[in-house]
Design a protein around this ligand. Structure first.
Ligand code: ATP
Ligand code: LTN
Length: 332
């Protein structure tokens, strides 16, 4: 069976962007592949996290994965820091990555641009190497992610090829990305030129999977649009284009059909309609989440990520051993 691997950072509550860009697709393909889905807590500390929030967000992410439809019986769900091989392989791969290529990563440039050189963390700079380690440990066939991760996937492929060439052995499989057509890039509701992000300082920019109906509708009402007042799908109207994309992700209607449906309706009514369908869609997830989030389920959830870590470790430890042997470490 072909293998899939992907992860999401517990840097907040998951958003509509995480759902349409990643989770919804993970759920779709879970029966066709052996799937490994993890919570990328090691990555999340590249931006400062309050320890208690991080702990809570990690456990909440496990519940959100399941509430979105991932079946823990057939998927390996685990926490990245539980499998120490991720950090260890990243160290080795640091020696197959170059400063220049890491400096050119757009996520690094975006996240560091407001900081002084002295305050930029090495972890933030090294983020793509850890991501390459996450992937290469498991020889996945496909890595399903949103559009924003395309560059990180590419560098993982470059690092894998470079390592294989240096040691003259096919240690790592070169992974392919899997970026769905719709939902691959949901934009911020407050700045439609920026991607929707769970760590946005302005909560009106994102819809969290756990926002209640009123909050969702309020956020859509406040969404930034131009003043044309015609529901038209075009690059000149990025705010409305984003709302049409979101409506399309939920209803599976095409932008053309949506333009027709809202032909003679102003932005106000269209925003309400988007809010309503999103709230209905998230209600199903929230009902499942509330069921899972009961004290009596704590043990069951712990079992899920412990079983996940054991399965992940089985694969990861073999690969790391092979890598250590290849680079010339004395293997115990
Ligand atoms: P952060 O705000 O902490 O940087 P994030 O919300 O951008 O986090 P990640 O954890 O970095 O989310 O991403 C997890 C997955 O969700 C990745 O596959 C990523 O491509 C996808 N994703 C994140 N944001 C969006 C978005 N706005 N639209 C589509 N996909 C997204
Ligand atoms: N960087 C990713 C999260 C992530 C990931 C991975 C995704 C960390 N390691 C390995 C796929 C495969 C992000 O979405 N920001």
């Amino acid at each position: 069976m072909k293998r899939i691997l992907s992860g999401i950072q517990p840097s907040g509550t998951l958003t509509l962007g995480n759902y349409f860009g990643a989770l919804k697709n993970w759920v779709k393909i879970q029966h066709e592949y052996e799937c490994m889905y993890f919570i990328a807590d090691l990555h999340s500390i590249t931006v400062t996290q309050a320890p208690n929030n991080l702990r809570e967000n990690t456990k909440k992410a496990v519940m959100q994965y399941i509430a979105c439809g991932l079946d823990p019986e057939i998927n390996t769900i685990f926490v990245q820091s539980h499998v120490h091989e991720h950090a260890e392989l990243a160290w080795v791969l640091n020696n197959s990555a170059y400063m220049g290529e890491l400096s050119r990563m757009t996520q690094f440039k975006d996240k560091s641009k407001s900081q002084k050189e002295d305050a930029i963390k090495v972890g933030l700079f090294d983020y793509p190497v850890l991501m390459a380690a996450d992937i290469l440990l498991y020889d996945p066939d496909l890595v399903p992610v949103g559009q924003d991760q395309r560059q990180h996937l590419e560098i993982a492929r470059v690092i894998a090829r470079r390592f294989n060439n240096q040691y003259g052995k096919e240690i790592f499989k070169i992974p392919d990305g899997y970026i769905a057509e719709t939902g691959a890039k949901i934009m911020s509701l407050q700045d439609p030129l920026k991607k929707m992000s769970k760590s946005d300082a302005n909560p009106n920019g994102f819809i969290s999977l756990l926002d209640d109906r009123d909050t969702i509708i309020k956020k859509f009402k406040k969404a930034v649009t131009d003043s044309e007042n015609i529901v038209r799908y075009s690059d000149e109207q990025p705010g409305i284009k984003n709302l049409i994309n979101i409506y399309s992700c939920v209803t599976e209607k095409t932008p053309k059909e949506i333009e027709k449906e809202f032909e003679s309706v102003g932005y106000g009514n269209f925003k309400m309609a988007v809010g309503e369908v999103v709230a209905d869609c998230l209600l199903k997830i929230q009902t499942k989440y509330d069921e899972l989030n009961k004290p009596e389920n704590e043990g069951m959830l712990r079992n899920i990520y412990e079983k996940g870590a054991n399965r992940a470790e089985e694969i990861a430890s073999k690969k790391l051993r092979e890598v250590y042997d290849t680079v010339g470490f004395v293997v115990r």
